[in-house]
Design a protein around this ligand. Structure first.
Ligand SMILES: *Cc1c(COP(=O)(O)O)cnc(C)c1O
Length: 413
């Protein structure tokens, strides 16, 4: 199968991979899960080579999707590019709500719900599937809270890779249905996502699965990295003052932080970095607890619960990478109550006509909270990540019945 014509033909610049904790060098172009020491693996590039090859003008002339950053992506051969019609996701300002909150800086939502499969998981899983194809994988398995499983199922189905997906049995129904419809064998497990992850780990040798769990393969970060590249380009190669990111496994936060370092290395941006703000739900906030206690690793969060299913992640294997980025950026981690998430969702939907997912609404709630407590200044330009389409989640039932045969008082409607 050939890739669409919009994929730029460029040389590739991956030199090697490395352990995210120890820096141990690992060979590229071969399959990896965790590093030998058991940590997530990062992809490294010949950035001097990228700098010579990639210019802002060249990028600007390419199709509006993440393949425009191909020199900073790992796929070697164009025939292995898997595409379902990706777009650059829009930046949507919230001027009415900003004014109501007394904010003078822009409050901007990056709406990732416009991507294939309706969530930003498409970015990471597309790259994971491309690389699986490139490296000859035929069966992929993963635990999911919904959106990751859907993106894996879709991209893998597109190239004929078999998928097996495990999700908590209370995952939003839409997610379970789309995963199954897109060809994955889906199992609903009586547990949380980390329990599902254990099943993948236990079964992979016997079943011959490639473990595609968050940060247990090197390429989902590279896909999520494109959020940082895209955001920088959309803002004229200038980063905002703060980024509010709903944090589960943290792939996106880690990926964006990596993107900014690579952009600086190739001379596209300067030293300025946004405060990276990890937003979690009060019912599942292991990163917030570790941040507040000054720890580099996060303990498992017991009895995790929240309506924001995408961030119901009791333990993250990349905890130290999340916490390092948050601290280096002078950012922080913050927990918001489910009630504030629901109220935020309602406020943005009614006030700006933008239907967020609960995780996206959590970033808005966190913005309001930190504007009130002074951690974020009113003149700061902030970006809130809405990571999925609000249509993928259960919504409060709307509408009232109307009897068309009865006398209708139209003026009172
Ligand atoms: C997966 C997911 C998150 C968390 O993303 P990570 O990068 O894994 O931290 C947030 N919101 C939604 C909607 C998600 O699907």
């Amino acid at each position: 199968m050939s890739a669409p014509a919009s994929i730029p033909e460029t040389p590739t610049f991956v030199t090697h991979l490395e352990c995210g904790m120890t820096g141990e060098r690992l060979p590229a172009d071969t399959l990896h899960n965790l590093s030998p020491k058991g940590y997530p693996i990062l992809v490294r590039y010949d950035l001097a080579g990228v700098k010579a090859a990639m210019t802002k003008e060249k990028i600007a002339a390419r199709a509006p999707n993440w393949w425009r950053y191909r020199e900073l992506l790992p796929v070697r051969r164009t025939e292995n590019v898997v595409s379902l019609g990706e777009v650059m996701t829009p930046l949507i300002p919230l001027p009415r709500l900003a004014r109501a909150l007394g904010a003078s800086g822009a409050v901007i939502v990056k709406d990732e719900g416009r991507l294939p499969t309706g969530s930003f998981k498409a970015r990471g899983l597309a790259l994971a599937v491309c690389m699986a194809k490139e490296l000859g994988v035929t069966k992929m398995a993963m635990p999911t809270n919904g959106n990751a499983g859907a993106a894996l199922a879709a991209y893998a189905a597109h190239v004929g890779i078999e998928t097996v997906v495990f999700c908590p049995d209370d995952t939003p129904q839409v997610n379970m249905d789309e995963i199954a419809l897109q060809g994955a064998r889906l199992y609903k497990v009586n547990g949380l996502i980390n329990d599902c992850g254990k099943l993948v780990n236990e079964g992979k040798a016997a079943a011959g699965w490639f473990d595609t769990s968050t940060l247990k393969e090197p390429y989902r970060i590279e896909g999520k990295k494109t959020m940082g590249l895209e955001l920088a380009e959309q803002l004229g190669w200038e980063l905002p003052d703060a980024i509010f990111y709903p944090t589960g496994g943290g792939t996106g936060l880690i990926g964006m932080w990596k993107a900014f370092a690579e952009l600086e290395a190739i001379g596209f941006i300067g030293k300025k970095r946004p405060k990276m703000i990890a937003v979690q739900a009060a019912g599942c906030a292991p990163i917030v607890r570790a941040f507040e206690q000054g720890e580099r690793h996060a303990r498992l969060w017991e009895n995790a619960h929240t309506i924001a299913s995408g961030i119901r992640v009791p333990a993250a294997i990349g905890d130290f990478l999340i916490l390092d980025a948050v601290r280096e950026s002078n950012g922080f981690a913050i927990a918001v109550e489910d009630a504030a998430i629901a109220a935020g969702l309602d406020e943005v939907a009614k006030g700006e006509g933008l239907l967020l997912c609960p995780e996206g609404a959590a970033t808005y709630a966190a913005y309001k909270q930190t504007l009130a407590d002074g951690r974020i200044k009113k003149n700061e330009r902030v970006v809130l990540f809405n990571c999925a389409s609000g249509l993928k989640y259960p919504m409060p039932q709307g509408g009232k019945s109307l009897d068309r045969f009865a006398q209708i008082d139209y003026a009172a409607l």
